[in-house]
Design a protein around this ligand. Structure first.
Ligand code: NAP
Length: 294
C-alpha cells in the first residue's frame, strides 16, 4: 500500500475496476472454453427475477450479457411480481436440483412481500455463486473457502490488483448491509486490518472516517462522505451507486487527498459481475468434476 502522505494536494490514482474486471473475465472465458471442450457441458447460471423493477431488469441483463461473452450460458427465469415466497422457494429448489444449472442468482430485492432470507436459503450451497446463503456468509466470517458475496469479493480483488495490503491498516466501512458492508468488513478483518463499522446510528462519523487508511463507502447516499474527511494518502473504495452515476463519496475533493480511489461508475460495479462469473465457473468445474487448470 502507498504510505500515507501529509501533502493535502496529493492526487489519487484511479482504481480501474473495468480493466481489472476485464482481465478476470478473460481468464474466466478461457476456463469456460476449456471446461466445455473437456466435458461437452456449458457452464450455466440461472438468473431469477421477481417483478419488473427497472434497475433490477438492467442489472440482470448486464449480468446475462457478460455471461454470454464469457461462454457461460444463462437461463433466465422471470417471475411475476405477485410470486409468493413458497412459489419462489419451489423455483429455487428445482434449479438447485437441475444438473444443467451450475450457479443460481436471485436478484435482490425480490419484493417487500417475499421472505428473502427463506428464498436465499433454498439455493443449494454449491450453486450459491452470488454468496447469499448463510453457509457462504459463515465461510466468509470464518475466512474459510466458499463463495464470496460478489461485491465485497470484487472489492478485495480490486485492492489486491493495486497491491493494497490491509494488514495492520485502519479500515473503516460505512454501511453494514448483509450483502455489502458487513461481509467486506469481515474480509478486511480476515486480511488483518483493524476494522470499524459505521452505520445510521454511528455518532461523529466524520472523526471515524478521518482515521481510515482504507475507507469503504457502502451507504447508498450521494456524496455522503465528504472529501475533507479523507485522510491524506488513504485508499478510498466507493461502492455506492446513486442516480446520475454518483457515488457515496465526494469524488473530486476526495481524490485530492486519497492515494487510490475508485471511480463511479467503473470501479466496484464491474468487479461485482466479474466475481459472479468467476464463481459460476468455480461451481461448474466442481460440479462437473474438473479442477481448475487440470
Ligand atoms: P443498504 O442495504 O440500504 O444499506 C445501507 C447501509 O448504510 C446501512 O447499513 C445503513 O445503516 C447505512 N446508512 C444509511 N444512512 C446512513 C447514515 N446517515 N450514516 C451512516 N450510515 C448510514 O444498501 P446496500 O445494499 O448495502 O448498498 C449500499 C450502496 O452500494 C448503494 O448505493 C447500492 O446501490 C450500492 N451497491 C453497489 C453494488 C455494486 O455492484 N457496485 C452492489 C450492491 C450495492 P443501518 O444499518 O443502521 O440502517
Amino acid at each position: 500500500m502507498t504510505q500515507p502522505m501529509t501533502d493535502s494536494a496529493l492526487s489519487a490514482r484511479l482504481m480501474d475496476g473495468t480493466a481489472v474486471a476485464r482481465r478476470i473475465a478473460e481468464r474466466t472465458a478461457a476456463r469456460a472454453a476449456a471446461l466445455t471442450e473437456r466435458t461437452g457441458a456449458t457452464p450455466c447460471l440461472a438468473t431469477v427475477l421477481v417483478g419488473e423493477d427497472p434497475a433490477s431488469v438492467t442489472y440482470v441483463r448486464m449480468k446475462r450479457n457478460r455471461c454470454e461473452k464469457a461462454g457461460i450460458r444463462s437461463r433466465h427465469v422471470p417471475l411475476p411480481a405477485a410470486t409468493t415466497t413458497e412459489e419462489l422457494i419451489a423455483t429455487l429448489t428445482a434449479l438447485s436440483a437441475d444438473p444443467e444449472v451450475h450457479g443460481i442468482l436471485l436478484q435482490h430485492p425480490a419484493g417487500p412481500h417475499i421472505d428473502e432470507r427463506a428464498a436465499f436459503e433454498a439455493i443449494a450451497p454449491e450453486k450459491d455463486v452470488d454468496g447469499v446463503t448463510m453457509r457462504s456468509f459463515a465461510a466468509m466470517g470464518f475466512a474459510l473457502p466458499g463463495f464470496a458475496s460478489c461485491t465485497p469479493g470484487g472489492i478485495m480483488r480490486l485492492l489486491d490488483a493495486y497491491d493494497v495490503d490491509p494488514t495492520g491498516k485502519r479500515a473503516v466501512v460505512v454501511g453494514r448491509s448483509a450483502i455489502l458492508g458487513k461481509p467486506v468488513g469481515m474480509m478486511l478483518l480476515a486480511r488483518d486490518a483493524t476494522v470499524t463499522y459505521c452505520h445510521s446510528r454511528t455518532q461523529d462519523l466524520s472523526s471515524l472516517v478521518r482515521e481510515a487508511d482504507i475507507l469503504v463507502a457502502a451507504v447508498g447516499r450521494p456524496e455522503f462522505i465528504k472529501g475533507a474527511d479523507i485522510k491524506p494518502g488513504a485508499v478510498v473504495v466507493d461502492a455506492g451507486y446513486n442516480p446520475g452515476n454518483v457515488g457515496d463519496v465526494e469524488f473530486t475533493a476526495a481524490a485530492e487527498r486519497a492515494s487510490l480511489i475508485t471511480p463511479v461508475p467503473g470501479g466496484v460495479g464491474p468487479m461485482t459481475i466479474a466475481v459472479l462469473l468467476e464463481q459460476t465457473l468455480d461451481a461448474a468445474e466442481r460440479q462437473l468434476g474438473v479442477t481448475a487448470g487440470a
